[in-house]
Each structure stands twice: as structure tokens, then as C-alpha cells.
Ligand binder design. Structure first.
Ligand code: AMP
Length: 114
């Protein structure tokens, strides 16, 4: 755990979150500043800075994150209407929290990336 990391502190329960899923490897909770009617973050419990820091050793964890993202989309009722899965990585992406996470966004027609 990185003590200064907000997502590590959420994983540890030190900062409250509105959890929609949790298991031994990941948690998923609602984004505090949602950009869509459904906006959930899928976050590994382990502190990994970003996708750029991963390699084959994280294959299983990364696959699990995608499976959980799909489960979240189904639970939140956006699997059929559609959703976006987004992972920012590094400064040019606008990443705000340097702890690997995937945004699951849906519930309205999302604009193009740009
Ligand atoms: P990113 O720009 O990909 O790093 O996204 C970080 C996301 O974390 C942003 O959408 C924030 O609104 C969200 N966020 C930051 N702090 C919290 C928090 N305490 N609880 C829930 N979401 C948060």
C-alpha cells in the first residue's frame, strides 16, 4: 500500500467509497465526480501506478479487471445500451490518480474521444 495514494486508502477503507463490487483482487466503486450516469472505477487492490508499469506478470489481474468491468456494466444496466472502458496512463492522458484503474462509463450517448 502507498500511504499517500487515495485509491490505496479507499482499498484499505480509510476513505469511504460507494462500492458496487469487491473481491480478493479488485474493488469497484462509483466515481466521486461522475462524467456519465453510470461511472464506476475498477481498481486493483495492489498498488500499480498505471498500465505502463504492467507486463506479462499482471496478465491475469488485467484480464480479471476486464471481466469485472463487464460484470459492473451488466449490474448497472448498461451492458446492452453500451458503455466505455477507459484507462488513462501517464501525464498526456490526464491521469489524476496514479494507481491503475479502469473507468466504466455509460447511461448516455458518449461523445467521441478527442
Ligand atoms: P484518472 O483521471 O483516470 O486518474 O481518474 C481518476 C478518477 O478518480 C476521477 O474521475 C476522479 O473523479 C476519481 N476520484 C478521485 N478521488 C475519488 C474518490 N475519493 N472517490 C471516488 N472517485 C474519486
Amino acid at each position: 500500500m502507498a500511504t499517500s495514494c487515495v485509491f490505496c486508502r479507499i482499498v484499505a477503507g480509510e476513505i469511504p467509497s460507494d462500492r458496487v463490487h469487491e473481491d480478493e483482487r479488485v474493488i469497484a466503486f462509483r466515481d466521486i465526480a461522475p462524467k456519465a450516469p453510470v461511472h464506476v472505477l475498477v481498481v486493483p487492490r495492489e498498488h500499480i501506478v498505471s498500465l505502463a508499469e504492467t507486463d506479462a506478470a499482471q496478465s491475469e489481474l488485467l484480464g480479471h479487471c476486464l471481466v469485472v468491468a463487464a460484470e459492473v456494466a451488466r449490474k448497472e444496466g448498461v451492458a446492452r445500451s453500451g458503455f466505455r472502458l477507459l484507462a488513462n496512463s501517464g501525464p498526456d492522458s490526464g491521469m489524476e490518480v496514479p494507481h491503475l484503474h479502469f473507468h466504466v462509463m455509460g447511461g448516455r450517448r458518449l461523445g467521441g474521444l478527442g
